[in-house]
Write a protein that binds this ligand. Structure first.
Ligand SMILES: Cc1cc2nc3c(=O)[nH]c(=O)nc-3n(C[C@H](O)[C@H](O)[C@H](O)COP(=O)(O)O)c2cc1C
Length: 383
């Protein structure tokens, strides 16, 4: 299977290491960053969701209407809109983008952040609501007759949408989370299951959990797996490690200065971040190039484990994840624009070439086995 690359869509140039230079929605930067991804070999970009951040749906529509190929992964929190409304927004966006939309459903890992927009459910309750929400959205995307819904969280009558997605039967559903409730909901409903980058062994464990949850939900297929990293690359190993230490220094400095808004209280509530902190506590370096101090310095804030080294080293590290069964590689630097260009120029081509080689070898092996099987059958019939 060809591998896919997910980058980041951002509406301004701020990051964990750098304060933003202007407002939260910088129209020119949004387009420049999207175009850099499209021009440098990326498949898709993620528009994230935060309570106070610019609304990602219109920002995604703006980007899609200015670019031809780049696909959109739109993060959406069920608590902020009714599913009938959201399903129409997504279908309209899939029309605007000529079928380039995937929706990433976010359950929300932090009660305080959820409360900022009026969500009072507990995390496990939120996962049950997300599951119901995804089912409704899928049904609206694919149902041409009015229908009623009587669920635990939503009740409505006689609804039918007049706008349908370009993608048939429907756009893909993406999902993230590392708690039991997350595996259950995402295993049942997701086409793409997203994980934050962890050591290979821990990632393998999570892939198994997702597969088991899909099976338990009665599925015969499994979600495609996506894993996210923060690559730090440079022309030599030595320069890459210097850059990594500079990066973590800048993250710490910015957090200590109090300029970065983080959630009240110290310990993260979401299992994904707790896992990242436990992994960082147990060691700084794992496998070929995984480095955890960037995760420790941000309190395990989302995609935060780095892959450090030359483009060749980082590409080989990513290929280790491909060999583990990962289909989509997600990457984001700390200088969003410059790093998207560098990674696209120097890392993506190596990974794509190696994946093509591995796939061709696998195909040749399969064809050989098939031919041998046919030979044996013929010998048996003739003999
Ligand atoms: C790739 C990816 C992207 C995510 N994007 C967002 C986001 O934009 N906004 C957000 O609030 N949470 C985001 N999340 C968080 C999860 O959707 C989820 O709410 C949280 O991790 C649940 O916690 P759990 O690990 O305890 O199940 C993202 C997670 C992943 C894996």
């Amino acid at each position: 299977m060809p591998v896919e690359f997910l980058g980041i869509a951002a509406t301004n140039d701020g990051s964990e290491t750098t304060p933003r230079s202007g407002g939260a929605f910088d129209k020119e930067y949004t387009l420049r960053l999207g175009r850099a991804h499209e021009d440098h070999g990326w498949d898709r970009v993620l528009f994230a969701y935060g309570s106070g951040s610019p609304d990602p749906a219109p920002a995604a529509a703006y980007l899609a209407s200015h670019l031809d190929r780049l696909q959109i992964l739109l993060a959406h929190r069920p608590n902020v809109s009714y599913p009938t409304f959201a399903a129409k927004t997504f279908a309209t966006l899939d029309r605007i983008s000529d079928g380039r939309l995937t929706v990433h459903f976010i359950t929300g890992g932090n009660d305080h952040e959820q409360g900022r927009e009026g969500d009072t459910l507990t995390k496990d309750e939120r996962y049950a609501r997300t599951r119901e929400y995804i089912r409704i959205v899928k049904k609206i995307w694919t149902t041409h007759e009015p229908f009623d819904h009587e669920g635990e969280h939503y009740r409505f009558h006689d609804f039918v949408s007049d706008v349908f997605p370009v993608q048939q039967p429907r756009p893909n559903v993406s999902f993230g989370g590392s708690s039991e409730a997350a595996y259950g909901a995402g295993g049942a409903e997701a086409d793409i299951y997203c994980l934050w980058g962890e050591p290979l062994a821990k990632t393998a464990e999570q892939i198994e959990r997702v597969k088991a949850a899909a099976k338990a939900a009665g599925r015969t297929d499994v979600p495609r797996i996506q894993v996210a990293f923060r690559p730090i690359i440079a022309p030599t190993e030595e320069l890459a490690w210097e850059k990594a230490h500079r990066t973590v220094g800048a993250i710490r400095e910015r957090r200590e200065s109090g300029l970065v808004r983080h959630h009240r209280g110290q310990a993260p509530e979401n299992a994904g971040s707790q896992r990242l902190l436990a992994i960082a506590e147990a060691g700084e370096r794992y496998d070929r190039a995984l480095w955890t101090p960037t995760a420790a310095a941000t309190g395990g804030a989302g995609n935060s484990n780095a892959l450090v080294g030359t483009p060749e080293t980082v590409a080989q590290a990513l290929l280790d994840y491909y060999d583990l069964g990962v289909d989509i590689l997600s990457a984001r630097g700390y200088d969003l624009l410059g790093d998207a260009i560098d990674f696209g120029r120097h890392v993506i081509p190596i990974v794509r070439e190696e994946v093509a080689k591995r796939d061709a070898e696998r195909e040749a092996k399969r064809a050989g086995e098939h031919a041998a099987g046919t030979d044996r059958t013929l010998t048996a019939v003739n003999g």
